[in-house]
Ligand binder design. Structure first.
Ligand code: SF4
Length: 233
């Protein structure tokens, strides 16, 4: 219930003027392929159950993906690759994620991001990352009783997530852990006696990575399966 309230409040946020302009401008100047679409054009909340044991974290929604559909990693090629892999390892009810209301369910997994509005060139500024940080801090605090592992998609997401985890009370090693595909870090929980959180790095599911074979479907499935097992899924 608390997470649903948070998601609802998030969708009304207008704290970053540049991103508010961009998400709305993108909706006005639609791609021809989406001419008939009513774009979401608001902050995109996390998607998945409130008692998730595993979180998937990118950086921010895509202009014609999540910003169009209102659901993270939905309606673009990156989402196609991600949900096909989630379905293959038993974490999603179907291999496609086309739009809200398409029947997709995630099993024990929540997909979210440290920046909730689509940024120009997929690059939020440091100030925008800072402004958006409290939303994900709160989301992780609400997920904390069940959350055991996070898969981070891409180095930018990794860099943005570490301060969020610090803000949510997890103890970060120094020097800070570096991103790499297959990187695995165990973070001590905020309170004594709580289980640790396992962080996994994975190359981003961008077309640049998947078209070139830098990230293959097998590599993605392998990281997801390892994190899911660690999370007890
Ligand atoms: Fe609000 Fe985050 Fe969107 Fe900025 S990026 S307007 S803080 S939801």
């Amino acid at each position: 219930k608390d997470l649903a309230v948070l998601d609802e409040r998030l969708t009304g946020c207008r704290a970053c003027p540049r991103l508010v302009d961009w998400r709305e401008e993108t909706a006005r100047v639609r791609r021809r392929a989406y001419a008939g679409w009513e774009y979401w054009a608001r902050p995109v909340p996390g998607f998945g159950p409130p008692d998730a044991a595993l979180a998937l974290v990118g950086l921010a929604p895509a202009a014609h993906g999540g910003n169009r559909t209102g659901r993270m990693f939905t309606g673009d090629r990156s989402g196609d690759v991600l949900f096909e892999a989630l379905h293959a390892v038993g974490l999603a009810s179907q291999p496609t994620s086309t739009e809200r209301g398409d029947g997709l369910e995630l099993y024990g997994v929540r997909v979210t991001a440290p920046v909730h509005c689509a940024p120009p060139d997929n690059k939020p500024t440091p100030q925008e990352r800072l402004t958006c940080r409290p939303w994900l801090v709160r989301e992780l605090e609400l997920l904390r009783p069940t959350l055991r592992a996070i898969v981070v998609l891409g180095a930018f997401g990794w860099q943005a997530l570490l301060p969020v985890l610090g803000g949510a009370g997890y103890r970060l090693p120094r020097p800070l852990p570096r991103f790499g595909h297959g990187a695995h870090v165990e973070l001590a929980a905020p309170a004594e006696g709580e289980p640790p959180l396992h962080l996994y790095g994975c190359y981003h599911v961008s077309q640049q990575n998947t078209f070139t074979g830098r990230l293959t479907p097998a590599m993605l499935r392998e990281v997801l399966a390892a994190a899911a097992e660690r999370a007890g899924l």
